[in-house]
Ligand binder design. Structure first.
Ligand SMILES: C[S@@+](CC[C@H](N)C(=O)[O-])C[C@H]1O[C@@H](n2cnc3c(N)ncnc32)[C@H](O)[C@@H]1O
Length: 251
């Protein structure tokens, strides 16, 4: 067996010290039996086949978006269904969406809101959100969604200056990664205690766990994850769904 970092035949380096090989093997086995199941294509297709209830309007939006060069930015349908599920579970009435793109997650959430529910949806792209608006209309939820075409930080600061702190139940953060902490801090003020912030892409295709990757977006997401881990103002869960979804419940 070739050693790493000077470890010998009978021991393994764990990052904080050496473990005997037998203990290391036992620990690895335990962690492997406890860790989340990896999803290959076959199992993921099965999961979708017995759980995804995607309304036709969302299917059409997904098909149209798949023709765009940036289609990969769209949330996955099972993730969007989870967001709608959470909004229903909390009986949310007022929500924030930071990063609309062609509108898939906003539509899934708006469909889960009551008739008098309201979403403030933030994006900077006229082009992408024109598609979103078309589908919001088709789905009969356009009256619930107030699209703000401006940098999201400006919109969130404006809501705060209007005295809307504590007035929202739910927020989804899914825009430029360098601003994740800025969005989070503002959302934390804007949602009520017991409100939920969902944050997409926190596993960043696995790059967060690869120390050789040091680009700006990856380091920003790492810093974001580490900050939330230490933040006593929230209860925290990081779900390995899609590209990683953090749920932060305001205490
Ligand atoms: C990953 S996509 C959002 C995907 C969307 N949640 C969905 O379900 O399809 C990110 C979006 O953030 C928007 N965006 C980027 N920078 C922004 C900013 N500073 N303020 C507001 N929106 C921004 C982009 O225009 C893009 O539409």
């Amino acid at each position: 067996m070739s050693g790493v970092g000077g470890e010998s035949e009978g021991e393994r380096y764990t990052g904080s010290g050496f473990l005997s090989l037998s203990l290391w093997v036992a620990l690895s086995k335990l962690l492997n039996t406890m860790k989340t199941l990896g999803l290959g294509d076959r199992l993921y297709d099965y999961l979708l086949s017995v759980s995804l209830r995607e309304p036709e309007v969302l299917q059409h939006l997904r098909q149209e978006t798949s023709q765009l060069p940036n289609a990969v930015m769209q949330v996955t349908p099972d993730e969007a269904q989870l967001l709608g599920f959470l909004v229903q579970l909390m009986q949310a009435r007022r929500t924030l969406e930071i990063g609309v793109f062609t509108g898939y997650s906003s539509l899934a959430v708006a469909l889960a809101l009551p008739e008098d529910g309201q979403m403030i949806a933030c994006d900077v792209s006229e082009e992408y959100t024109a598609i979103a608006r078309r589908y919001w209309q088709q789905a009969g939820v356009a009256h619930k969604i107030d699209l703000r075409l401006a940098p999201a930080l400006e919109t969130l600061d404006q809501l705060l200056s209007e005295g809307q702190a504590g007035c929202f139940d739910f927020a989804l953060i899914d825009a430029d990664k360098g601003n994740y902490l800025n969005y989070y801090e503002r959302c934390l003020q804007l949602i009520r205690p017991g409100g939920l912030i969902a944050v997409d892409n926190v596993l960043w295709s696995g790059r967060v766990a690869d120390p050789s990757v040091q680009d700006d977006a990856t380091t920003a997401i790492r810093r974001f994850n580490e900050t939330l881990y230490q933040d006593e103002r929230i209860s925290l869960s990081l779900l390995p769904i899609a590209d990683g979804l953090t749920l932060a419940l305001k205490r």
